[in-house]
Write a protein that binds this ligand. Sequence first.
Ligand code: NAD
Length: 494
Amino acid sequence: MNRIGHWISNKMVLGTSGRSGVVYNPATGEQQATVDFANVAELDAVVAVAKAALPAWRATSLSRRAEIMFRMRELVDANRKEIANIVSLEHGKVPADAMGELARGLENIEFACGIPALLKGGYSEQAAGGVDVYSIRQPLGVVAGITPFNFPAMVPMWMFANAIMCGNTFILKPSEKDPSASMFVADLLRQAGLPDGVFNVVHGDKVAVDRILEHPDIAAVSFVGSTPIAKYVYETGTRNGKRVQALGGAKNHMLVLPDADLDMAADAAVSAAYGSSGERCMAVSVVVAVGGIADPLIEKIKTRIPNIKVGPGTDPSSEMGPLITREHRDKVAGYVKNAASEGAKVVVDGTAKAKDPGYFLDPSLIDAAKPGMKCYDDEIFGPVLVVSRVGTYDEGLKMINDNPYGNGTAIFTRDGGVARQFQFDVQVGMVGINVPIPVPVSYYSFGGWKASLFGDQHMYGPEGINFYTRGKVVTSRWPDPRTSSVNLGFPQNR
Ligand code: NAD
């Protein structure tokens, strides 16, 4: 069986801890690889490598860094299909969906190619007599990224592209469930000419994460994953003096007003709820139906569900693949099975057709979900869409704002005034207006509010550049020696 080691100094290095995990093919249930798990000593050794690579990389010119990232852009572009297949085999999402993930990841690499413009500081001439003041942004040092299973190619690209272009060296701890995409991308960075030690991959579990969070030579940690772990990573990392951005889970509401185009809303709800089997942090998981449109909207969603082709990524006609593990599939099915006893109404039950040995689950639709029911409150992270009925726009808005999560939301309406009011009032970080999955383009930044993000900088884009650098302000004077004198007063800008 294939054994996946760590990526250190531009080559794969087998682990020595004796601990490892199993990588499954979720479409067949077969074990297809083992992945080595790092212990504390191995993590420390990688940090030492990244630290040693830092001085030369920091001193590398912006144009040389950009040249490497341009080459990386070409390599990822040329290998889209190969990476998509790797993602599909370990994650289960169909290759067409994995290609979408790659396209969005590539955007971040393209954004980072503009680093010479992105790192420009400010300059004030003659701030005082003969005195100029300017600001520069410098890298933090060794930084780490910890990523989830659901976007094994894209989320690492959210992080490393900007981090290394800013002059940091980087350690990635990808999800242990689908680690191969990171290894493939690491080799592309090598081929692009990235010097040894600038980008490293360490596999593992809590042991590796905990060491990252306490290691004194790691300056910052970017995390994407579930809310309890995001909170833990933020609290532990910041307690240890690190800069941390930790993105968590979600429960994304799609508010549909009575004037919306119902076919468009139904298409959007089905696509955004069941795409990638609902294993997206920006998936629509609650449709909030306002007034009398609930019945016709549910009917339209219901008629679309049987057309979704559930199957393995190896079948080109498949549109929705399996879930990541058997345990997760069974947990998701449990929400549907319990929904009726909570007082909700199961309109489409996808659990009957759960196929073994792959971790497949057909789409489910639940009506009359309310806060207080587990099918509404929990992030299910599977192909389960719940509908909540409200009487008015205000009730719908309140429901969204009362929810502890605040990652993404969408409003479907033909009324621009109401949409604008929604954008103004809603307590959510990313908002779609007739757009169900409003993932910002790479030159904006990605991040939720409330329990969907711990920290104060969103990921990638301009906030990513801020996160991976710190500001320095220089006050400089090249005086005429004839004007020099002793002055014990506090400097005044004259
Ligand atoms: P997860 O929290 O289980 O794992 C994320 C990372 O944390 C992995 O690398 C994992 O190895 C590590 N980890 C897991 N348990 C840990 C522990 N006890 N201590 C230390 N480290 C630990 O998340 P997942 O199941 O891989 O991914 C799905 C979750 O990620 C969902 O909640 C989803 O909403 C969220 N997500 C959020 C975003 C976002 O941008 N907000 C994007 C993608 C996924």
